[in-house]
Design a protein around this ligand. Structure first.
Ligand SMILES: C[S@@+](CC[C@H](N)C(=O)[O-])C[C@H]1O[C@@H](n2cnc3c(N)ncnc32)[C@H](O)[C@@H]1O
Length: 408
C-alpha cells in the first residue's frame, strides 16, 4: 500500500500528505512528520493508519473523538497545538508581507466552554444531540465532552428530551446552550409550533433540567434571569446572543484591550455585542457602543442604566459593513476597540486607518481576514503591537487574536 508523509496541517487541521511521487492527499487526525497509509477517496484518507507516529502525538481522551467534528487537534500535545495556532497567525500575516511578534498564547482549560451551538434530531428511539460529525450532516450523539462546561454535559439527557418532544420528524434543530450563573440558557430554533400542550411539556423539561431560560423559536420562557457580570454591570443577554466562549478567554481579551487603551477618556467600541468590553471599560471612560443588532445593544444599555457610577455609555445600531464610522465621526474619540465577525471589517479598517485616532485595540476571530485588515492599517502608517493568541476553542482549528495599533 502507498505510504504518505504528512508535511503540515492545513487551516482546518487536516494533514497535508505526499507520497514518493509527490502526489498530495488530505488526512484527518494526523500530525506533521507522520508516515501513514490508508484508502484514498476523493483526495482524502478518512481513516489513516499511523505507521510512524509523531513525538507530538498524545492519546485523545474522548470516546467521541474519532467521529465528532467539535475537536480535531486532540491527538496533538498542548505544546504542539499552541505552536500550530501561533504559527497559523504568523503565516496568515506573512501572506500580506507582515512580520508578527507573538506576545503569548492563553489557552482556555478543558471543560471551560460555556456556550456552544449543538444540533438535535428526533429519532425512532428518542433524539440525538451533539456536534456534527466531521465533514458530515450526521449528528454525533454526545454523552461526554472534554471542552464543554460540566453543567452543559450534565444537561445532555434533558436536551435530548427537549428535542424528542419538540422536533418534527426529519427536522434538525439548532440549540444554542449557554451556561449562565442562574442555570442553563437555551435558545432553540427549528422546533414544532408552540401550542398549549407543548408549552406545558416544555415547562416540565425546563424544571427537570433546572434551566434559567428556554427560548423556543423566538418565544422566551424564563424561570430565572440568566444575567451575567460584565465589569460592575449585570447584563441579561438576549436569547442566543453572542458571548465570548470561555470566561478565561474573555478575561485574556479584556486584559489586552484594557492595557492597550489605558488612560483613554472617550472610546468607541465597534461590533460591541452585549458590552463585553464597553461595560468593564465604562468604569474609567465614556464609551460609544456600535453594533448591528438591536437586542444586544438594548441589553447593554439596560445594564449600564442599572449600574451606578459608570461613565457615560451611548449606543448606536448600525451596519458597520454598509455604513462604517467615517474619519470625521471617529474624530471625537481618542481610542477604538474593534471586534468584528469572521469576515473582518475591511470597510471600517479603511476609515480607522485614515482617522485621527492614535490607538486601536483589535480583537479578531479569523487570522486571514485580520491579516488583510492589518495590512490596511500598516499601509496608513500605524504600528502593530505584539499579537496575543487567545485559544477559547481548544482542540479545534479556530484561532482568536488581540493586538493594538498605535501611531504618534
Ligand atoms: C465577534 S462578536 C463581538 C461582540 C462583542 N465585542 C463581544 O466581545 O461580546 C461580533 C459582533 O458584531 C456584530 N456584527 C456582525 N456583523 C455586523 C455588522 N455588519 N455591523 C455591525 N455589527 C455587526 C454581531 O452581532 C456581534 O455582536
Amino acid at each position: 500500500m502507498t505510504q504518505w508523509t504528512v508535511e503540515r496541517l492545513n487551516r482546518r487541521g487536516d494533514g497535508v500528505a505526499r507520497d514518493a511521487s509527490a502526489q498530495q492527499v488530505l488526512a484527518q487526525l494526523t500530525l506533521p512528520g507522520e508516515i501513514i497509509d490508508g484508502a484514498v477517496h476523493d483526495g482524502r484518507i478518512e481513516t489513516p493508519r499511523i505507521l510512524t507516529p509523531s513525538t507530538d502525538r498524545v492519546h485523545a481522551d474522548c470516546p467521541h473523538y474519532a467521529a465528532c467534528g467539535g475537536c480535531s487537534l486532540m491527538h496533538g500535545s498542548d505544546a504542539f497545538v499552541a505552536k500550530w495556532k501561533a504559527d497559523s497567525v504568523t503565516t496568515a500575516l506573512a501572506a500580506h508581507g507582515i512580520t508578527a511578534k507573538i506576545g503569548g498564547i492563553a489557552t482556555s482549560p478543558p471543560q471551560s466552554r460555556r456556550r456552544a451551538v449543538l444540533s438535535g434530531r428526533r429519532t425512532k428511539r428518542g433524539a440525538t444531540v451533539g456536534f456534527h460529525a466531521r465533514a458530515s450532516d450526521q449528528i454525533v450523539d454526545m454523552t461526554e465532552c472534554r471542552v464543554l462546561r460540566p453543567a452543559i454535559v450534565a444537561a445532555l439527557p434533558v436536551l435530548r428530551e427537549l428535542v424528542a418532544t419538540g422536533a418534527s420528524r426529519g427536522a434538525e434543530l439548532a440549540l444554542t446552550v449557554t451556561e449562565s450563573p442562574a442555570g442553563l440558557d437555551v435558545a432553540l430554533t427549528g422546533g414544532k409550533a408552540l401550542d398549549a400542550a407543548l408549552t406545558e411539556r416544555l415547562g416540565q423539561i425546563m424544571r427537570q433540567g433546572d434551566f434559567a431560560r428556554l427560548d423556543w423559536d423566538g418565544t422566551p420562557m424564563t424561570r430565572r434571569s440568566p444575567a451575567r457580570q460584565m465589569g460592575r454591570a449585570r447584563v441579561i443577554p438576549p436569547p442566543g446572543a453572542f458571548q465570548q466562549a470561555t470566561a478565561e478567554g474573555e478575561a485574556a481579551l479584556l486584559s489586552v484591550v484594557r492595557k492597550s487603551l489605558q488612560g483613554a477618556a472617550h472610546i468607541v467600541d465597534l461590533f460591541a455585542g452585549c458590552g463585553t468590553f464597553t461595560l468593564p471599560l465604562a468604569v474609567t471612560a465614556d464609551i460609544h457602543a456600535v453594533e448591528g443588532l438591536a437586542a444586544p445593544l438594548d441589553a447593554l444599555d439596560a445594564a449600564w442604566r442599572a449600574t451606578p457610577d459608570l461613565h457615560r455609555v451611548t449606543t448606536e445600531i448600525r451596519d458597520l459593513s454598509a455604513r462604517p464610522l467615517l474619519p470625521d465621526e471617529l474624530a471625537r474619540f481618542d481610542a477604538a476597540i474593534i471586534d468584528p465577525p469572521r469576515t473582518g471589517a475591511p470597510a471600517q479598517a479603511e476609515h480607522l486607518a485614515a482617522s485621527s485616532l492614535k490607538r486601536v485595540a483589535w480583537v479578531s476571530c479569523d487570522p486571514v481576514t485580520f491579516a488583510r485588515d492589518a495590512r490596511t492599517m500598516l499601509d496608513a502608517g500605524w504600528r502593530m503591537g505584539p499579537i496575543y493568541v487567545v485559544d477559547q476553542f481548544r482542540w479545534s482549528p479556530h484561532v482568536e487574536t488581540v493586538t493594538s495599533f498605535t501611531r504618534d
